[in-house]
Design a protein around this ligand. Structure first.
Ligand code: SF4
Ligand code: SF4
Length: 448
């Protein structure tokens, strides 16, 4: 069960987060210079093609959770790339000489306007790209814009507050090694073996602030799964946090630092596999971008816990009792599903419990985002937009006829719980790893 007092405390902490952001005192001219430098550095061949290819058909407008709920033309996905497009045309395109006289330069007011477009009203969910006839990767362009805005000191205060904490202290919401140790102790008191700081292990288990403070049952369930599968694993006090606020806020240095902290631990213990907890963005941060920031291929596999569950079930290494009679809908976190291709494994694990897994009309690649991904759930002024996106999600779950919704991302879970609370929706919002662990046939403690 989630700790309700801690949930309340977490909500209060988020409400006051902006006040903790470090002050950025930059003249506008410097903000613009910094943002333009990032945009120019990041426009590569793929992005150039994307920026030039839009035929303004408007299909993406019907795919985006924010634009379908609003008439505001600023919320149409392709609009989010317009500032980058202007830079491309004016400064570096082959026809720059022709565009320049008719294309206004970027100014600080533009940057302030795009802050809301690229942070509040885009979760980088990627759904728009699924319908774009030109295959334009809008989420990537938005991510580049986030980096440009961060360089200009214009990432939203809430994200800057957490990013600066992670950069300076390596923690997120203050969840340091002592909090991890307390949570581990609590889980051990429930009779679960938790390996902390083993010097060598084949599997490095990561966790995250949400599981350390709020969803401790998810951490416990992960430990039980790894034990039941007989894996040689450990958590490490010097590198456990999977969340990466460098990636979310667009600060590459912090992204690299956060990734290196866990990569170092994996190398030190000789890990062959690193398990990412139920945290959507943590997966691409390590799985797809880890090698890039590390500067070399990672000598270990990176698996989301939802992937591992499916793999263990398929290999017959996880014995489940079955017999669950509940009907559930699996909500794919965008960063795991649409961006990562992790669709079948979580469903395999769910079905192995006996649950009746219902698929809604728009499923897997076309699943609707929870509304608060890519750090959006922390941006206070974006709450009305999140509520609109949640309305789509709620309707989708209800239409599936499922008795509960299951997900494998802590921030999706938080968003769904917040939406449920605000709209008196009584659908249980469950964690995949907890759901599966409740169905485990476990070896006796002596065997674990
Ligand atoms: S990535 Fe998602 S939230 Fe962003 S514009 Fe596209 S559909 Fe909308
Ligand atoms: S669907 Fe693609 S081509 Fe059409 S407006 Fe959107 S980004 Fe442009």
């Amino acid at each position: 069960m989630m700790d309700q007092a801690m949930y309340q405390q977490f909500g209060d902490a988020v409400a006051h987060l902006a006040a903790q952001a470090p002050k950025v005192d930059l003249p506008d001219v410097e903000r613009v210079q910094r943002a333009k430098a990032v945009m120019l550095r990041k426009i590569d061949r793929n992005l150039a093609v994307d920026l030039d290819a839009c035929v303004r058909c408007g299909y993406c407008a019907d795919a985006c959770q924010f634009s379908v709920q609003n008439d505001d033309p600023d919320l149409i996905p392709t609009r989010k790339l317009d500032l980058l497009r202007r830079m491309w045309r004016r400064e570096v395109s082959p026809m720059a000489w022709l565009w320049r006289p008719f294309t206004p330069d970027v100014d600080a007011d533009d940057l302030r306007q795009w802050q809301a477009l690229c942070f509040d009203s885009c979760t980088e969910c990627g759904r728009c790209s699924m319908v774009c006839p030109m295959g334009i990767n809008i989420a990537r362009g938005v991510n580049v814009m986030r980096e440009a805005l961060a360089a200009a000191g214009l990432a939203p205060d809430e994200l800057r507050a957490v990013q600066s904490e992670q950069d300076a202290r390596g923690t997120v919401f203050g969840a340091d090694a002592s909090h991890l140790a307390q949570t581990v102790e609590r889980v051990r008191q429930r009779g679960v073996t938790v390996h902390l700081d083993k010097p060598r292990a084949k599997v490095l288990m990561l966790t995250t602030v949400l599981d350390i403070l709020l969803f401790q049952d998810a951490l416990e369930a992960t430990a039980r799964v790894l034990n039941a599968a007989g894996l040689d694993w450990t958590l490490r006090s010097n590198g456990y946090e999977a969340a990466n606020f460098g990636l979310l806020s667009g600060v590459e240095e912090t992204q690299k630092k956060a990734s290196e902290a866990v990569i170092r631990q994996a190398l030190e213990i000789g890990a062959e596999m690193v398990i990412v907890p139920e945290c959507g963005h943590a997966y691409p941060a390590l799985r797809w971008e880890g090698a890039e920031v590390h500067g070399a291929p990672l000598p270990f596999r990176v698996l989301a816990i939802s992937e591992l569950l499916g793999e263990l079930v398929a290999q017959g290494k996880l014995e489940l009792r079955g017999g669950v009679e509940q009907s559930v809908m699996f909500h794919d976190a965008c960063k795991l599903g649409r961006h990562g291709g992790v669709f079948e494994q979580p469903r395999l694990a769910l079905r192995a419990t006996g649950a009746d897994v219902r698929e809604p009309r728009d499923t897997e690649e076309m699943n609707w985002c929870c509304g608060g991904g890519a750090g959006g759930f922390l941006i206070n002024r974006a709450a009305p937009l999140r509520a609109q996106a949640f309305a789509i999600k709620r309707a989708q779950v209800d239409a599936s006829g499922a008795q509960a919704v299951v997900t494998s991302c802590g921030s999706c879970r938080l968003n769904l719980l917040a939406g449920a609370e605000q709209t008196q929706w009584d659908k249980p919002v469950l964690s995949l790893v907890e759901f599966v662990a409740q169905n485990l046939v476990e070896p006796s403690p002596q065997q674990a």
